[in-house]
Design a binder for this molecule. Structure first.
Ligand code: SF4
Ligand code: SF4
Length: 447
C-alpha cells in the first residue's frame, strides 16, 4: 500500500498537509454526487463537479498534472467546500478533508501576490488569530458604520480600487454590545439539568450577539447553567478551509486548553461552520501527540445547540407564534454534521408556527465562509437561486442556523429591496418562550 508520505513525495503533493492518496482513491467515479453539487448545477461542467475535482486531485497525486496547473487551482478554489457531495457519497469519500489538504498544498507552493499575502496576514493571523484584536477591530468598524465617515467613504469611490466594495457592503451591522468570553456564568432558571459552555466565536460574538443572548436564555430556561469560558478563540474553520491548517491547529489547541473541563456537560455552538470545525479537531490534530487524545475527548462534548436541545428535550413550555417560515439549511449543519431533522423538529414544536419547505433547501446559498468575497459571480448565482426558492414559499421569515448564511441572505434581500426577516432558529425558540411568558403571541421582528 502507498503511504500518504510516499505518495506525496513522488506524485506532486508534498509535505505534512498533503491529501491522502488512499482517501482520493476511494472515489469510484459513480457520479452519484453530481446532482448535489452547486457548482456543477450552475456550470454543468464535469471538472466543476466533485467527481471532476477528485479526478484532478488524483492526476496531481499521480504526477500526471502539475500542482500549479491553473485548472487545478481554479477548481479547488471554485469549490464551495459545502460538502453536499460528501453527505451523499456511497463510497464514504471524505471530500472536505482532501479538498482542504489540496488547498493547503496550493497555499504552500503557489506564488502569492503581495496583496493576497497582506490579506492573509491581516485576516487570518492578526485579526482571527486573537479575539482581543478581532474585537478591537470590530469596535472600530462599529464606529465607522455609525458615523458620517461611511457615507463619505462610499461616495468617494475609494473602496472599489482597494477591492473592498463588496466586503463593505456585506458587513453586517455590528452590535452595540458584544458577547465576550469573560467567564460570565448564567444559572439555570428552572430545575437544573447540567452545565454547558457557549462557544462565542468571532463574528457571532460581535454581529450576532443577540443570537448568543437568545441561546443563553433558551438554555437556562431549559435547565442548563451556561458559562462563557474565558480564553476561547476563533474555531479556525476559515483558516483550515483556506489552506492554512497550521493556523487552524494553533487555534484548536488554545480552544481545547480553554474549554476542556470535567465540569462541563457540553460545549454548545450556534454557528454551523464553527460546530463542524470543533467536531473535526481530532482529524486536525491527529498527528499531535500532546493533543490527539484530548481533541477526541473535547469533540465528543461539542453539540450544535439545536442538536443538543432535541437530544436533551425541551422542558420549558413554548408559546404560540402564528408565523409562516421557511428553513434554509446551512451546509455545515446538514452535510458536515448531518443535522437535518432536529431544526425541523424544533420548529414544528412551536404552537401555531407553520413551516413551509423551500425547494433545494440544502443547496448552498453561496456564502461559504469568505467565498462570497472571493468568487462573487458564483456566490451571486447561488444566492439568487436560494432567494427565488425562499420567496416562492410565501414565508414571512427565513430561518437558518449559521451567521454566514444569514449574512448572505440578508445582503441578498437588501439588494432586492425585500423586507423579510432572517432569523436564527434559536431566536425563534426564544420568541416562543417570550410568547409563553406573555401568554400571547409575539409579532415578527422586521428589523
Ligand atoms: S465522490 Fe463518491 S459519489 Fe462522487 S463520484 Fe466519487 S464515489 Fe461517487
Ligand atoms: S464541496 Fe460542494 S461545491 Fe465542492 S464539489 Fe462538493 S458539492 Fe460541489
Amino acid at each position: 500500500m502507498v503511504t500518504i508520505q510516499e505518495s506525496a513525495r513522488v506524485r506532486g503533493f508534498s509535505g505534512r498537509d498533503a491529501p491522502s492518496y488512499d482517501a482520493i482513491r476511494k472515489c469510484v467515479h459513480c457520479g452519484f454526487c453530481l446532482p448535489s453539487c452547486p457548482t456543477y448545477r450552475i456550470t454543468w461542467r464535469e471538472r466543476s463537479s466533485p467527481r471532476g475535482r477528485i479526478w484532478l486531485m488524483k492526476s496531481v497525486a499521480e504526477g500526471r498534472l502539475d500542482l500549479l496547473d491553473p485548472v487545478f487551482a481554479e477548481e479547488m478554489n471554485l469549490c464551495l467546500n459545502c460538502r453536499a457531495c460528501e453527505a451523499v457519497c456511497p463510497s464514504g469519500v471524505h471530500y472536505g478533508e482532501i479538498l482542504e489538504a489540496s488547498r493547503a498544498q496550493l497555499v504552500q507552493h503557489q506564488p502569492r501576490s503581495p496583496r493576497e499575502r497582506l490579506f492573509r496576514f491581516v485576516g487570518f493571523r492578526l485579526l482571527l488569530g486573537d479575539m482581543r484584536r478581532f474585537r478591537a477591530a470590530n469596535r472600530l468598524l462599529r464606529w465607522y458604520q455609525r458615523s458620517p465617515v461611511r457615507t463619505l467613504v462610499r461616495r468617494s469611490g475609494m473602496l472599489r480600487p482597494l477591492g473592498l466594495q463588496r466586503a463593505e457592503a456585506l458587513l453586517p451591522r455590528l452590535a452595540d454590545e458584544f458577547v465576550v468570553a469573560d467567564g460570565r456564568f448564567y444559572p439555570a432558571e428552572n430545575d437544573r439539568r447540567g452545565r454547558v459552555a457557549l462557544f462565542v466565536g468571532c463574528i457571532m460574538s460581535t454581529a450576532y450577539s443577540h443570537v448568543h443572548r437568545a441561546t443563553i436564555r433558551v438554555l437556562t430556561r431549559n435547565g442548563f447553567d451556561v458559562v462563557l469560558v474565558s480564553g476561547q478563540q476563533c474555531c479556525g474553520a476559515l483558516h483550515v478551509h483556506s489552506g492554512e491548517p497550521q493556523l487552524g491547529r494553533q487555534l484548536a489547541r488554545r480552544n481545547i486548553d480553554a474549554l476542556e473541563s470535567p465540569y462541563l456537560d457540553a460545549v454548545i455552538v450556534n454557528a454551523a461552520g464553527c460546530g463542524a470545525m470543533l467536531k473535526e479537531y481530532p482529524q486536525l490534530l491527529r498527528d499531535d501527540h500532546g493533543y490527539a487524545e484530548r481533541a477526541r475527548a473535547f469533540a465528543a462534548k461539542v453539540r450544535d445547540v439545536l442538536e443538543f436541545l432535541v437530544e436533551r428535550g425541551l422542558t420549558a413550555q413554548l408559546g404560540p407564534l402564528p408565523w409562516t417560515v421557511t428553513y434554509q439549511e446551512p451546509c455545515h449543519l446538514a452535510h458536515a454534521q448531518r443535522i437535518t431533522q432536529q431544526p425541523r423538529v424544533l420548529l414544528r414544536a412551536i404552537p401555531e408556527l407553520r413551516l413551509v419547505e423551500m425547494a433545494e433547501s440544502a443547496l448552498c446559498c453561496g456564502s461559504a465562509g469568505i467565498y462570497n468575497l472571493l468568487r462573487p459571480d458564483m456566490a451571486s448565482a447561488l444566492l439568487a437561486r436560494k432567494l427565488d426558492n425562499a420567496l416562492a414559499t410565501g414565508a414571512e421569515a427565513i430561518v437558518s442556523a449559521n451567521p454566514g448564511c444569514m449574512l448572505q441572505l440578508e445582503a441578498g434581500l437588501r439588494e432586492r429591496g425585500v423586507r423579510l426577516p432572517v432569523l436564527h432558529l434559536v431566536e425563534v425558540l426564544d420568541r416562543a418562550y417570550q410568547a409563553s411568558a406573555a401568554s400571547s403571541s409575539v409579532a415578527l421582528p422586521l428589523d
